[in-house]
Design a protein around this ligand. Structure first.
Ligand SMILES: NC(=O)c1ccc[n+]([C@@H]2O[C@H](COP(=O)([O-])OP(=O)(O)OC[C@H]3O[C@@H](n4cnc5c(N)ncnc54)[C@H](OP(=O)(O)O)[C@@H]3O)[C@@H](O)[C@H]2O)c1
Length: 282
């Protein structure tokens, strides 16, 4: 199974679904990420703050030794700049630190993890990102948890539009206005906690169960297909090889407009208080 791709505003291709790796650590983490690549995943999403960049790098190297080898070039690795490293020089040094942890020469995508508007250094960090892209250490650059105001400021002050904005997105929080803004500016949306993490149980949500029964797929597959049809790239995390395969197998069926709307109607708000205007993590 190969994942379809989407073309970013910088001309590079990104897989239409990736593996979330938060909490995949140690030897177990390495083997579950390697299993994911063996079953067809091509994108691994990490962050300096997840404390598992070393494991992600090990999985990338293990993938090259699989029975059906997958090379570094075939994989798409994303990492993120933590709040404590906002600023031009700090951003450059932080990616160098991440690459050291990963044991890689470049990442495919580098994201500002949170905007931290009260700290007000994300524009400087973004200038550092532009430099990192020019130096080839990050092939594509983007942001995470940015609002239209934060995005507008980056674009107006630097002239460079992020390729991606990775945000909270799931059936309880479908981010319609932000997705419309992204579409107008050519920014690709990625969905974090696409399955609601541990805060929501979409698998027993009647509207989703009903659709899953009608289509002969699992409720989780219905939710991931909904993301794909919204044009968002879901990053489901699973440490279990069977659930990883289930989560990737969402490109062979379609939801109709009514089914998409029924899932979007589950809107009730954020899972926790991850409001980008106020949430701070360093
Ligand atoms: N940019 C940001 O600020 C930000 C914030 C949060 C997350 N993220 C990224 O987004 C990724 C995903 O978000 P998340 O980890 O919060 O949550 P998630 O992917 O929505 O949900 C993960 C949970 O769902 C379970 N699960 C996965 N597939 C399943 C299936 N088919 N059936 C039943 N249960 C299933 C997993 O358990 P098992 O592992 O046991 O399968 C795990 O408990 C993260 O790993 C991270 O890479 C980014």
């Amino acid at each position: 199974m190969t994942t379809p791709t989407i073309t970013l505003n910088d001309g590079r291709d990104i897989p239409a679904l990736g593996l979330g790796t938060y909490k995949l650590t140690g030897d177990e983490g390495i083997s579950s990420m390697t299993a994911a690549v063996a079953s067809g995943y091509r994108m691994l999403d990490t962050a300096l703050n997840y404390g598992n960049e070393r494991e992600v790098g090990e999985a990338v190297r293990a993938a090259a030794g699989l029975e059906q080898p997958v090379s570094r070039e075939e994989l798409f690795v994303t990492t993120k700049l933590p709040g404590r490293h906002h600023g031009f020089d700090e951003a450059v040094a932080s990616l160098e630190e991440s690459l050291g942890n990963l044991g890689l020469d470049y990442v495919d995508l580098y994201l500002i993890h949170w905007p931290l508007p009260k700290v007000d250094r994300y524009v400087d960090a973004w200038r550092g990102f532009i430099e990192l892209r020019e130096r080839g250490l990050a092939r594509s650059i983007g942001v995470s948890n940015f609002t239209p105001q934060h995005l507008t400021r980056l674009i107006e002050e630097t002239g460079v539009t992020p390729a991606v904005n990775q945000v909270e997105l799931h059936p309880r929080f479908s981010q319609e206005p932000l997705r419309d803004f992204h579409r107008e500016r050519g920014i690709v949306t990625q969905s974090w906690s696409p399955l609601g993490s541990r805060h929501a149980d979409f698998a027993s949500e009647p509207a989703i169960v009903q659709i899953s029964e009608a289509l002969g797929v699992t409720p989780t597959q219905v939710v991931l297909r909904w993301h794909v049809q919204l044009g968002a790239i879901p990053l489901p995390k699973s440490g279990d090889a069977e659930r990883q395969r289930e989560n990737l197998d969402v490109f062979g069926f379609e939801l109709d407009d009514e089914q998409v709307a029924a899932i979007s109607a589950l809107e009730s708000g954020r899972l926790w208080d991850g409001d980008p205007d106020t949430h701070e993590e360093f």
